[in-house]
Every structure is written in structure tokens, then in C-alpha cells.
Design a protein around this ligand. Structure first.
Ligand SMILES: Cc1cc2nc3c(=O)[nH]c(=O)nc-3n(C[C@H](O)[C@H](O)[C@H](O)COP(=O)(O)OP(=O)(O)OC[C@H]3O[C@@H](n4cnc5c(N)ncnc54)[C@H](O)[C@@H]3O)c2cc1C
Length: 227
């Protein structure tokens, strides 16, 4: 199983480091209601799985875990960590380690039209792309130089870091189960989600679907399992 996807090479990636659980475990978690178990995943099990997904029976989807290791820009992680239920997090500490000079630079400028709740985002033109890329690179370079100067003067890492921009990469672990993962995917694979977090959600979906192909198929067909 290929467990790592480079979302924004070279710095942005997601790695499914560890996992447990299968499509069959979900079906068997539901079948315990009737004191029954299946040994293999066949057409009958597929029907049960689809029933659970369609009727929003959420708890059978919780007896499994997916531990991901991620490197993403802070502005992406800030959205990510809004997902509170069934998610455990641990993140690199800018108080304890010197942050690396790795910054997210967009490939293309993005324009924004419309009003809140109905924005349309489109690719900017070449001049706008040049403008944002140059501004971001210059700003990051300067910010990091100031950061290093402060550290060299003996300022604490926790204080010096406050001038680093939101596109600085950070690294974190998160662990969830298929139910909380689907809630994340439903919200973050949507066209309403920010482009950068959508790219991570798409990668997360691919990794998860390798482990639970039938559940992923039912998820695509019947939508998410509401929490
Ligand atoms: C397109 C988009 C735009 C957004 N814009 C903004 C924004 O402008 N500002 C902003 O602050 N956030 C914004 N968010 C974040 C959003 O409000 C949610 O915090 C985030 O998507 C996490 O979703 P969640 O609450 O379902 O996830 P989780 O925190 O994982 O919760 C899972 C589920 O548990 C239940 N639950 C969790 N906590 C509670 C609770 N306290 N009480 C009752 N039920 C609970 C709910 O059913 C919830 O769906 C945005 C999200 C998206 C996808």
C-alpha cells in the first residue's frame, strides 16, 4: 500500500502511517445487534454497509482507526483543527524547536467574486500570479531573516515565531475513525472548501479508500454519515 501522497511538493504531504479496520468490521459491528457475524465480504455484506450509510447509522463506522502524519501550512492546519469530534492531534512545537524556512507559495493566483456563502474562485492572470508569488517569497524571506536574528539575540523561540507568516509549514499527527473522517471529507472535499485543504482532503480520501474500498464506495453513493 502506497501510504504517502505529496500534496504540495516538496514540503506538503500526508502519510497514512498506521491504521486498523476493514469494511467487514463495520458490517460486523452492526450485525452484533443480532448476535451474528460474517467471515467474508460478499453481496449481502455490501447491502448491509449501504443500508448503514444510507440510513445514517453512524456508530458501526467507529470501530477502526487511521493515524495520519501530515505536513501542511499553518493556514490549512488552522481550518483542519476545527474538526474536534473523533480527532486526536499532536503538533510540532514552535516553542521547543526552531521552525524550518519552508513556506507554501501558490502556483497560481486566485480571484474571488460574489458574496459570502456564494463566492466563486477563479484562476488569476499571469500578472496576478507573478505578483502574489513574488510578494509571498519576498515576505517569507524577510520574515525568516528577522526570525533568525531574534533567535541569535537570545529571544525565546515562542516569541520570535510570532512574526512568521501563516504559510509556514508545520507538522502534525492526527488520528480519527472512519465516521469522523467522513465528516471531514464531506466538508473539506466540497467545492466550497478552500483549495489547499481540499487537496489534502482528496489525498486523505485516496489513502482511506485503499483500506476501506467498499465503505468509500458507499460514501460516494449515499453521502456522508451524519454525526
Ligand atoms: C466551507 C467552510 C467554511 C467555513 N467557514 C468558517 C468561518 O467563516 N468561521 C468559522 O469559525 N468556521 C468556519 N468553518 C468551520 C466550521 O464551522 C466547522 O467548525 C468545521 O467545519 C468543523 O466541522 P464540524 O463541527 O462538523 O466538525 P467536528 O468539530 O469534528 O464536529 C463533528 C460533529 O459533532 C457535532 N458537534 C461538535 N461539537 C458540537 C457542539 N459543541 N455542540 C453540538 N454538536 C456538536 C456536530 O454534529 C458536528 O458536525 C467553515 C467550514 C467550512 C467547511
Amino acid at each position: 500500500l502506497e501510504t504517502i501522497i505529496k500534496v504540495f511538493p516538496p514540503h506538503g504531504w500526508i502519510d497514512l502511517e498506521n491504521y486498523s479496520g476493514t469494511d467487514l468490521d463495520i458490517v460486523n459491528a452492526a450485525k452484533v445487534s443480532f448476535v451474528k457475524q460474517s467471515d467474508s465480504f460478499e453481496a449481502a455484506e455490501e447491502r448491509v454497509l449501504n443500508f448503514l450509510m444510507r440510513e445514517r447509522h453512524g456508530s458501526p463506522f467507529e470501530h477502526n482507526y487511521f493515524k495520519f502524519h501530515v505536513r501542511a501550512p499553518i493556514f490549512v492546519v488552522r481550518e483542519w483543527q476545527r474538526h474536534r469530534i473523533g480527532f486526536s492531534y499532536n503538533e510540532e512545537s514552535g516553542r521547543y524547536v526552531e521552525l524550518r524556512p519552508d513556506f507554501y507559495v501558490p502556483e497560481t493566483a486566485r480571484t474571488q467574486e460574489g458574496r459570502p456563502g456564494a463566492y466563486r474562485f477563479e484562476d488569476g492572470n499571469e500578472a496576478q500570479t507573478d505578483q502574489i508569488r513574488t510578494a509571498v517569497m519576498m515576505h517569507c524571506k524577510n520574515a525568516f531573516r528577522y526570525y533568525e536574528n531574534l533567535l541569535a539575540s537570545g529571544i525565546a523561540k515562542e516569541q520570535a515565531r510570532i512574526l512568521l507568516p501563516l504559510n509556514t509549514y508545520t507538522e502534525f499527527y492526527f488520528t480519527c475513525n472512519a465516521r469522523s473522517l467522513m465528516n471531514f471529507l464531506e466538508l473539506r472535499m466540497s467545492s466550497h472548501a478552500m483549495y489547499e485543504i481540499r487537496k489534502y482532503a482528496d489525498a486523505m480520501y485516496k489513502l482511506w479508500a485503499e483500506v476501506m474500498p467498499q465503505t468509500a464506495k458507499a460514501f460516494e453513493h449515499h453521502g456522508f454519515v451524519a454525526p
